[in-house]
Design a protein around this ligand. Structure first.
Ligand SMILES: [Zn+2]
Ligand SMILES: [Zn+2]
Length: 265
């Protein structure tokens, strides 16, 4: 079977952050550290798999974190309408990854059992753990479950030929990364298993964490799954837009041919 194309879609950014928001125990804690928000499209001929769904304008207003593009509109340059999307890999249920589920009503969701259990269980009694979740997004996943449109995984699994998911946990209990076969080799969409290149290459944990050991072990897993460290794609790093070429629109970047610049490690 042939290889997949991967498109990285930037729909929002937040630039009022500092390094303390990105790294535990950072010496330079009050230096600015901007963040991008992405979703990803895997495409092979007529096959399309969406990885995460972003969040919408309403959620942006509720959190004071406005988006630049509605997730459905952000896909338009790829010729994709929301109703065309039938498969969504949900890396985890945090608001910035599951906040667009309602925009893709025909999609079957691919999710780790541990993430659904976490987002609907007693850990949500803790404000700190609940903070990145929004009840409406979790309810949307539950509605999809009752409609027969959720596939659950426990650990490693194949979603399609050349596309596998791997439970990492750490940042959230059921966080999964996505490994994709491309012409550049096995590429790994880390999502929030590594927000920035610096998390994984300098082994610096991100402050939103449920299990620190799982997060640190996850850095090893990402290295093991990728053909080359340059093929690990962090979930929120603006540098992705420097290392990979723009394609089709200013907010879309093509990943599957590999980086166009040397990525410092
Ligand atoms: Zn997250
Ligand atoms: Zn995130």
């Amino acid at each position: 079977m042939s290889d997949w194309e991967i498109y990285c879609i930037k729909y929002a950014d937040r630039n009022t952050r500092t390094r303390a928001d990105s790294f535990i125990f950072d010496d330079n804690h009050d230096a600015p550290h901007p963040m991008d928000y992405f979703m990803w499209v895997l495409r092979r001929g007529a096959e399309v798999i969406l990885v995460d769904t972003g969040y919408d304008t309403e959620e942006g207003q509720a959190r004071g974190r406005p988006i630049r593009l509605d997730p459905a509109a952000a896909l338009q340059p790829l010729g994709l309408q929301p109703e065309d999307i039938t498969q969504v890999i949900v890396t985890h249920l945090h608001y910035d990854h599951a906040g667009g589920l309602h925009l893709f009503p025909n999609a079957t969701l691919h999710l780790q059992s541990a993430e659904m259990a976490f987002a609907t269980g007693p850990c949500m009694c803790h404000e700190t753990l609940k903070m990145p979740y929004t009840a409406g997004h979790v309810c949307e996943a539950i509605k999809r479950l009752y409609a027969g449109k959720v596939v659950f995984y426990d650990g490693d699994a194949q979603v399609a030929d050349g596309v596998t998911v791997h439970c990492i946990g750490g940042h959230s209990r059921g966080l999964q990364c996505v490994r994709v076969r491309t012409k550049a080799g096995w590429m790994v969409l880390a999502s929030d298993a590594s927000h920035f290149y610096e998390n994984i290459f300098a082994r610096k944990p991100f402050p939103i964490v449920v299990d620190l050991q799982n997060m640190l072990d996850g850095f090893d897993t990402l290295h093991r799954l990728a053909s080359d460290p340059g093929l690990i794609i962090p979930g929120h790093d603006p540098l992705v837009r420097i290392y990979f070429p723009q394609a089709m629109a200013p907010h879309i970047f093509r990943l599957d041919a590999g980086p166009i610049k040397e990525i410092p490690r």
